[in-house]
Design a protein around this ligand. Structure first.
Ligand code: RM4
Ligand code: MN
Length: 388
């Protein structure tokens, strides 16, 4: 029998971080469709993140992207977030949107450009110092479009040097989250293409360098839960960037394309006792809402992670282990599927009610009038967008 009280406590303690950029306008390279009420400033993004937390109760932090969210005073910004009932989470660096980075950032053949890129990473650590954030998230778009374009091996040396300098600047309680991505914008070779490359660099750096698994950044058919299990065992899983993909880096709502995969991932987290925030895994969303309304989509995404988590917590681990030991393939699989097939929505509704929240966060948000208010208030100025 599942220990319902323990499962509810685990769900109530869960923390899911939302990304500032998901609140802004976004689109594809074909078209960005502007929406009414979209934030113009980072403080308005934080306001929206606070609303997501208010209705879900489990989204107490918001990730920033620099320079999109650059301000003069980060201590003030952290205080602003605190006033709104949230905190600043991971600081995402951006060394992919400057003309200088055409041939790469930290792996660029030009040492001056490598210096500029590394300086940006170091500057981001000062932001961590000011906001009190723990995590510096590094994603490098660096790579090649054509065979022979640059030296694959030299680029690894350059990457290692920049990571070393960055790592050595970290404060005692700070970490590097090194993200990877198979392809795009580089189409022939990416300098950090997969978890193995990220993991190898993290091992070289030291214990405060960990891998960030973005669920959208793999080849089709990749067994992501295997990667998660491996990294958790090695103590090198630092974070998730959750989203859904059907084809490539689609950045759709987490749990929309493949809720079963999300359940399998969350099971490995539960299996490793790594769900509680004290375990140090950051559960972040990294999504864009191109055609749907942003705040309810983010609320829905948080709920999708909660549902996968609740199902993972429902796996009868004693029965599973017994079936595995007995070599009973079908019984073991049935334990998994029983948990996955459970409708956990009533359980989560109870968890929310016990937290003093509305059992239906999306409906409560729609009733709140917040959307109508931001549409009326946020007039003029320049709406935030992916890259602005
Ligand atoms: C990248 C990567 C990073 C995110 C940017 C916006 O593809 O996933 O995590 O910061 O997009
Ligand atoms: Mn990502």
């Amino acid at each position: 029998m599942p220990d319902v009280a323990a499962i509810k406590a685990a769900l109530a303690a869960q923390e899911i971080e939302t990304p500032s950029w998901a609140y802004g306008n976004s689109g594809t390279r074909f078209k960005v469709f502007a929406q009414p009420g979209v934030p113009r400033t980072v403080t308005e993004k934080i306001d929206d993140a606070a609303v997501v937390h208010r209705f879900t109760g489990v989204a107490p932090s918001v990730a920033l992207h620099i320079p999109w969210d650059a301000v003069d005073d980060y201590t003030d910004l952290a205080a602003y977030a605190k006033d709104r009932g949230v905190r600043i989470g991971a600081i995402n660096t951006n060394v992919f949107q400057d003309d200088d980075y055409k041939l790469g950032s930290v792996t660029n053949p030009d040492s001056g450009i490598r210096r500029k890129a590394t300086d940006h990473l170091l500057e981001a650590i000062s932001i961590l110092d000011a906001t009190g954030s723990r995590d510096l998230k590094l994603w490098f778009s660096d790579g090649l479009n054509y065979p022979g374009q640059d030296d694959l091996r030299d680029r690894q040396d350059r990457l290692a040097a920049a990571l070393r300098e960055t790592y050595d600047r970290l404060g005692e309680h700070q970490r590097i989250l090194l993200e990877y991505k198979l392809f795009e914008p580089a189409f022939y070779a990416t300098d950090v293409p997969d978890w193995g490359v990220s993991y190898a660099h993290c091992l070289e750096l030291g214990s405060r360098a960990t891998v960030c698994v973005d669920t959208g950044h793999h080849a089709p058919g990749t067994n992501i839960e295997f990667i998660v299990a491996f990294l958790l065992r090695a103590g090198r899983l630092g974070a998730f960037d959750f989203n859904s993909r059907f084809y490539a880096d689609d950045d759709l709502m987490v749990g929309a394309a493949d809720p079963f995969q999300l359940f399998r991932i969350m099971y490995e987290v539960v299996r490793a006792d790594a769900l509680d925030p004290s375990a140090g895994i950051a559960f972040m969303l990294d999504q864009c809402h191109n055609i749907e309304r942003k705040i309810p989509a983010i609320i829905r995404s948080v709920m999708n992670v909660q549902e996968a988590t609740a199902k993972a917590l429902l796996v009868d681990r004693a029965a599973l282990s017994a079936a595995q030991q007995a070599g009973d393939v079908l019984a073991a699989n049935a334990v998994f599927m029983d948990a996955y097939s459970t409708d956990v929505r009533p359980l989560l509704a109870e968890v929310r009610q016990e937290l003093g929240l509305d059992p239906d966060p999306v409906a409560a948000y729609h009733r709140s009038g917040y959307f109508e208010r931001i549409v009326a208030d946020r007039v003029g100025g320049t709406q935030a967008g992916w890259g602005a």
